[in-house]
Write a protein that binds this ligand. Structure first.
Ligand code: HEC
Ligand code: HEC
Length: 289
């Protein structure tokens, strides 16, 4: 069967013995470098099975002598990060808000934490940069419903507003129209009066009647001059900055319906340190007092 090996005269290479019409197939050996790498990969694979986790078993897998686990590595890294942060968190917990503001290192940490937590929890309502939206106050300006001092902001974040929690900030403007407390004509007059309060031209007769109605129905919360009262979160009506819009129809709508915005309670959901960071961050946005 097997013939004697035949060597090609021109190349000096053995042939395979296959021949078509006088053309013979050379049996050129694989290049040595290729064979060496091929064998090295086999050796590497066997070594890898021994050292590293490799083969699935019925229950579990072969761990290899290094017992390497990416999960353990991540856990260790997370724990190391927690330990590194714990010291800062501890310092935040024991510093007053003022002390945080005065300590550059703590301030930097608080600002970074505040910014990131704000993006996750507050931006959906207050906007990415705290610019606010209809019914959601702008936190960048110096107009505050409940107060812009560090402690005020910390308290608002902790207890929320009309959140239903027992200690939340609470107050409710009556729905003067919907609940028929005032007549539609009176609400028209009051609308004109509020337009006038914010420094715009308004109907003179309506304003006069509105002034009396305002003193009787609104001054208790908004103050006799309409400058607002933070104890009850009643906005200043003279600054021409509006939570619900300053057009006469917006003002009319608020007097008619008495909207009251709801801000969640964050105490219990976020740690005390995190709320401190948020207070410092919000205070820094531009309107802090
Ligand atoms: C579900 C929407 C919502 C979310 C989320 C929310 N807020 Fe508010 N926030 C409000 C509303 C509405 C008000 C206004 C309450 C009112 O009308 O008195 C408010 C008021 C405030 C005030 C008081 C502003 C002032 O003028 O006195 C601060 C400070 C504040 N939010 C900070 C935050 C921070 C910090 C977070 C994130 C931890 C947050 N809010 C998350 C809706 C929200
Ligand atoms: C019990 C207290 C209370 C009384 C009384 C009250 N308000 Fe208010 N008013 C509020 C509060 C609180 C808000 C803010 C609601 C919110 O934050 O969602 C408000 C908001 C408003 C706004 C919207 C301001 C803005 O920035 O968009 C207008 C306008 C207004 N009140 C007018 C009146 C008028 C006019 C009367 C009298 C007819 C009146 N209020 C009586 C508590 C009161």
């Amino acid at each position: 069967m097997s013939k004697k090996k035949e060597v090609d005269d021109v190349s000096g290479t053995e042939t395979t013995g296959h021949e078509w019409d006088g053309i013979k197939e050379l049996n050129t050996p694989l290049p040595r470098w290729w064979v060496v790498i091929f064998i090295a990969t086999i050796v590497w694979a066997v070594g890898y099975w021994i050292v590293m986790p490799a083969w699935p078993l019925v229950h579990g897998y072969t761990h290899g002598i290094l017992n390497h686990s990416q999960r353990d590595t991540v856990t260790a890294n997370v724990n190391a990060l927690k330990a590194a942060r714990a010291a800062r968190e501890h310092a935040l917990d024991h510093a007053s808000l003022k002390q945080i503001q005065d300590n550059p290192e703590l301030l930097q940490f608080a600002m970074a934490e505040g910014k990131s937590v704000f993006g996750d929890n507050c931006a959906p309502c207050h906007g990415d940069g705290g610019q606010g939206a209809h019914g959601y106050p702008n936190l960048n300006d110096d107009v505050w419903l409940w107060g812009g001092k560090l402690e005020d902001i910390q308290h608002t974040i902790t207890v929320g507003v009309r959140s239903g929690a027992p200690d939340t900030r609470e107050s409710q403007m009556p729905a003067f129209g919907r609940d028929a407390i005032l007549k539609p004509g009176e609400i028209e007059d009051l609308t004109q009066y509020v337009v006038h309060l914010s420094g715009r031209r308004a109907d003179a007769g309506a304003m006069r009647r509105g002034g009396k109605l305002f003193a009787d129905n609104c001054a208790a919360c908004h103050g006799p001059e309409g400058r607002g009262e933070r104890k009850v979160g009643a906005p200043n009506l003279t600054d021409n900055e509006w939570l619900y819009g300053g057009a006469p129809e917006n003002i009319h709508d608020q007097i008619w319906n008495g909207h009251g915005g709801v801000m969640p309670t964050w105490g219990g959901r976020l740690t005390r340190e995190t709320i401190k960071s948020l207070a410092v961050y919000v205070h820094s946005l531009g309107g802090g007092e």
